[in-house]
Structures are given as C-alpha cells and as structure tokens.
Design a protein around this ligand. Structure first.
Ligand code: RP5
Length: 162
C-alpha cells in the first residue's frame, strides 16, 4: 500500500497531527511524519514533495498555522494529492491559516479540511488510497458504520440524561 506523508510546519502542530496519525493507525495505513516548514526550511519541504511519489507516498497531508503556505508549497512540487489542515495557532484562531491554505491559485489544488481537522484529513487520505484498495475500502465502510451506530446509541439514551 502507498504511504501517507504527514508534514507539519512546526512541532507545535502535533496535537492536530496526532488526530490524523491515530486514524491512519486504526485503518492500518503506513505513514511517515515530518516537520518541514515552507518558510523556515523551504528546501527540505520542496525535496520531500518532489521525491514523494518515487519514495512510495500516495497522498500528502500538510498541517500548518498562521500564514500557512506549507500545503501549497508542497503541492507546487508534486502531482500527488495534497490535503491541507489549517491549524489554529495564532490570535486569528485559524482563519489566517484557513484562507492561506484553501485559496490556492488555479492549477495547483489543495484539498482543504476544517481548521484543526486532523481526523477528516486522515479519512480523506484513506478514501483516496481506497479507490484502488478494496480491503481498505471495506475498513472505511466498517468505520463509518461503527460511527453511525454510536450516534444511534446516543439518540436512544439522550432522553435519560435530561
Ligand atoms: C506555522 O506557524 C506552524 O505550522 C505553526 O502552526 C505556527 C507556529 O509555529 P511555532 O512558532 O510554534 O514553531 O509555521
């Protein structure tokens, strides 16, 4: 199976990235995690993206806050799908990172999830890999069914709490 590459702009983004890593582990998807910054270590970020396809990656997740150019900078150097997670790490509560990540110019796409949306980033990466992996697709279906069952259990018990 292709790997997921998770890149974060700073180790201070780890709480958000951990949510993505947990989901990938649960779905038995191999992944690597790196700290590469579009601004502080632009060469390392560029090299990772430029070599990602030959290094066995199928999808890249990029988590960054503030003027969050990481996802776009990685996407500029690969045609692998790049999923951006805008992180809430400044006085602007993630709106800065959201706009910096989502408002990509035509021709260089970044699939942007919600602010601090680590879980959905991992699920989207899994869905991309599952296009050509029926066993992974079955694990995703099972996870979706489990989560629906949990909501149904909450519906059944909500009146008892009021
Ligand atoms: C961004 O700046 C990082 O992705 C992080 O969200 C934010 C703050 O980084 P640190 O100053 O905590 O390293 O580049």
């Amino acid at each position: 199976m292709k790997k997921v590459g998770i890149v974060m702009g700073s180790d201070s983004d780890l709480p958000v990235v951990s949510k993505a890593a947990d989901i990938l582990k649960e779905l038995q998807i191999p992944f690597e995690v790196h700290v590469y910054s579009a601004h502080r270590t632009p060469e390392e970020a560029r090299n990772f993206a430029a070599n990602a396809r030959k290094d066995g990656f199928g999808v890249i997740i990029a988590a960054a806050g503030m003027a969050a150019h990481l996802a776009g900078a990685l996407a500029a150097n690969t045609t692998l799908p790049v999923i951006g997670i805008p992180c809430k790490s400044s006085v602007l509560d993630g709106m800065d990172a959201l706009l910096s990540t989502v408002m990509m110019p035509s021709g260089i796409p970044v699939a942007t999830v919600a602010i601090d949306g680590g879980k959905n980033a991992a699920l989207l990466a899994a869905e991309i890999l599952a296009v050509s992996d029926d066993e992974l697709a079955a694990r995703l279906d099972a996870k979706r069914a489990e989560e629906a069952a949990a909501v149904i259990r909450k519906d059944a018990s909500i009146m008892e709490r009021l």
